[in-house]
Structure formats: structure tokens, C-alpha cells
Design a protein around this ligand. Structure first.
Ligand code: SF4
Length: 103
């Protein structure tokens, strides 16, 4: 469970740089640095798609494939808070978990 700070303000789930999703999925099976990770839960806001009306969570579940990260235990993130970056991303590959730290 982690509190997620997120600069991807054009994501459906982003509100006030927090994340309203109760669970996110981070990719990066082979990642050895943060830029090779990405938030797979990203959904680009487009005209006609409203943003989530929920409030930012402070204990989202983070399922994470980046097993080379020190915070990864059994494909779950054990950090208490993480930072997701990727301003103006259009695809989830353009986001990343900046909290990633290699073993
Ligand atoms: S801090 Fe590490 S384990 Fe947690 S989401 Fe980021 S890359 Fe995955």
C-alpha cells in the first residue's frame, strides 16, 4: 500500500497530483532504472472522457513487475509512497515510477 504522488495530470485518475485509483499496476519486468518502468493504469483524459470523481487515495495497492527494485516484494510495492512522473504522457510507456531504486 502506498500513497502515490503523480505528475501525470492528464490521467483520468489524477486529482491534485494524487491518484484516485485504489490499485495501480507498474510495468518494468526488465527495468534496471526508473525510466524503464511505467504506470500501466494510465488512461489519457480526452475530450468527452470525464476525470475520476473519486478523491486521491493514500493507500493504493501497487502491483509492480519491476523486480529489480529494492521496494519490490513478490511483485508488490512495499514503499510507503511513490512518485509517478510523465507530464503530458499520451501512452503509459511515457510515464515512470521515479521511486525505483535498483538493488
Ligand atoms: S518503487 Fe519500485 S517496487 Fe514500488 S512501484 Fe516503483 S518501481 Fe515498483
Amino acid at each position: 500500500m502506498a500513497e502515490i504522488s503523480c505528475t501525470v495530470t492528464n490521467c483520468y485518475y489524477n486529482k491534485r497530483n494524487g491518484c484516485t485509483s485504489p490499485v495501480i499496476k507498474v510495468d518494468g519486468k526488465k527495468a534496471s532504472e526508473s525510466r524503464n518502468t511505467s504506470c500501466n493504469t494510465f488512461v489519457e483524459q480526452k475530450p468527452g472522457i470525464m476525470s475520476s470523481t473519486a478523491e486521491p487515495q493514500n493507500n493504493s495497492s501497487v502491483e509492480c513487475e519491476a523486480t529489480k527494485c529494492v521496494y519490490n516484494k513478490n511483485a508488490t510495492c512495499k514503499a510507503s509512497d511513490i512518485l509517478v512522473n510523465g507530464k503530458n504522457a499520451q501512452r503509459h510507456e511515457e510515464t515512470c515510477c521515479s521511486t525505483f531504486r535498483a538493488h
